[in-house]
Design a binder for this molecule. Structure first.
Ligand SMILES: *Cc1c(COP(=O)(O)O)cnc(C)c1O
Length: 392
């Protein structure tokens, strides 16, 4: 892989130089007075990115998967019922984790390419008059299929049913790139990882916790130790913090907040629209079944019958040194993915589109060299507002 090329995988994402440097700091005694200001700044930056005024933020040395585990083990008890939809690799993996922890998962199956089936959730919640369901799980952005689900609609369904379950949201591939409103949506546990929208290396599980979730953690029954929120919230870090990563996070949140979250979201929407114009010009469709579900952080592209989409990914890597995302699970071989989250500009996206086009042309697909690039160029030219002030 040519190290000077950007990556187009939906995580880990490209790391801005300033963030790389920010992670590279000399050893610090984390019990000295030097650490708390860095830690506090990172946490308050994350709170602002999450849109959480009254919640807490915890940073575990882990990845998004650890964040899932922290969310469930700190608030639920063995045998508790949780409601979840299975519509992609990541929703499937969170369900599997719940089952391995002895939770009773009420699974609503939805086709891969669909979002969270809100009507089916509403029905299940309304039917649950005894409030046996303790948590509702939502994968905000299904990275495997490029589908963004409507978290606000799930919250509205919970409220309409007067249901007191906790709302747990996997925002690993959404937070920091597309709108996420923890407080407005009444999200009780928000899970993110450092290596996607936060533009850092992998290594931090970032968890936002509402006051309601904090109350649940006092009485729940699942065991946990490394991921115990009570230790994390006791005032001192319960083990050695990854200080460099946390310093990097404080710089990353500064970058996002100084660009302005609404501007960040607009940037990703515009980039994603250009990618989708290219996909349409190739004659292909996104895996997401309706435009309302299109993800602004990753586009999963369905390739024609008989074409192994994995070959496009392998060929682009081997020949041009550029990484795209392969299809996962049920869509392996059927889709390839262009990740456009984190540090990304229209100009970078054009390079990815051009490279995908070369790889597909090499493999004999009739995409027409330049066709997708031109479609994206047209769109970017017509929507160009000001010089894109990219993450430096
Ligand atoms: C990447 C990803 C995960 C897993 O995160 P890790 O940091 O790899 O543990 C979970 N959910 C979604 C939606 C993801 O995109």
């Amino acid at each position: 892989m040519a190290s000077q090329n950007p990556v187009f995988i939906p995580g880990p994402t490209n790391i801005p130089e300033v963030i790389r440097h920010a992670c590279d700091i000399p050893t610090m005694d984390h019990r000295s007075a030097d650490f708390p200001p860095i830690f506090d700044k990172a946490k308050s930056g994350v709170k602002a990115v999450l849109g959480s005024a009254t919640g807490e933020v915890v940073l575990f040395p882990a990845t998004g998967t650890g964040g899932w585990e922290a969310a469930i083990t700190n608030t639920l008890s063995p045998g508790d019922k949780v409601l979840a939809a299975r519509h992609g690799m990541f929703s499937q993996k969170w369900i599997d984790m719940c089952q391995r922890h002895g939770l009773d998962v009420h699974i609503i199956e939805a086709p891969w390419g669909e979002g969270v089936p809100v009507a089916a959730f509403a029905e299940a919640l309304a039917a649950d008059t005894t409030h046996g369901i303790k948590a509702v799980l939502v994968t905000h952005n299904e990275t495997a299929t490029g589908v963004t689900s409507d978290v606000a609609a799930v919250r509205a369904a919970m409220d309409a049913a007067g249901h007191p379950a906790l709302l747990m949201v996997d925002g690993v591939s959404s937070i920091g790139s597309i709108p996420f409103k923890m407080e407005d949506w009444g999200v009780d546990l928000a899970v993110a990882g450092s290596q996607k929208g936060f533009m850092l290396p992998a290594g931090l599980a970032i968890v936002g916790i509402s006051q309601k979730a904090l109350a649940a953690m006092e009485t729940n029954g699942l065991p946990r130790c490394f991921f115990d929120l009570r230790d994390m919230l006791s005032g001192v870090y319960p083990y050695t913090p990854p200080v460099g990563m946390i310093h990097g996070l404080s710089v990353a949140t500064d970058m996002l907040l100084s660009e302005g979250m609404e501007a960040v979201y607009a940037r990703h929407h515009r980039i994603a629209e250009g990618v989708r114009k290219a996909v349409a010009a190739w004659g292909f469709s996104p895996c997401a079944v309706t435009p309302a579900l299109y993800s602004d952080t990753v586009t999963a592209i369905v390739t024609p019958e008989g074409i192994d989409a994995g070959r496009i990914v392998t060929h682009a890597a081997d020949t041009y040194g550029v990484a795209f995302g392969a299809g996962l699970g049920a869509v392996a071989g059927k889709v390839f993915r262009i990740g456009h989250l984190g540090q990304m500009t229209d100009v970078m996206a054009l390079a990815g589109i051009a490279t995908a086009e070369m790889a597909m042309a090499d493999l004999g697909l009739d995409v027409g060299l330049g066709r997708g690039v031109a479609a994206a160029q047209d769109y970017y030219r017509s929507t160009h507002a000001a010089p894109a002030r990219a993450a430096a």
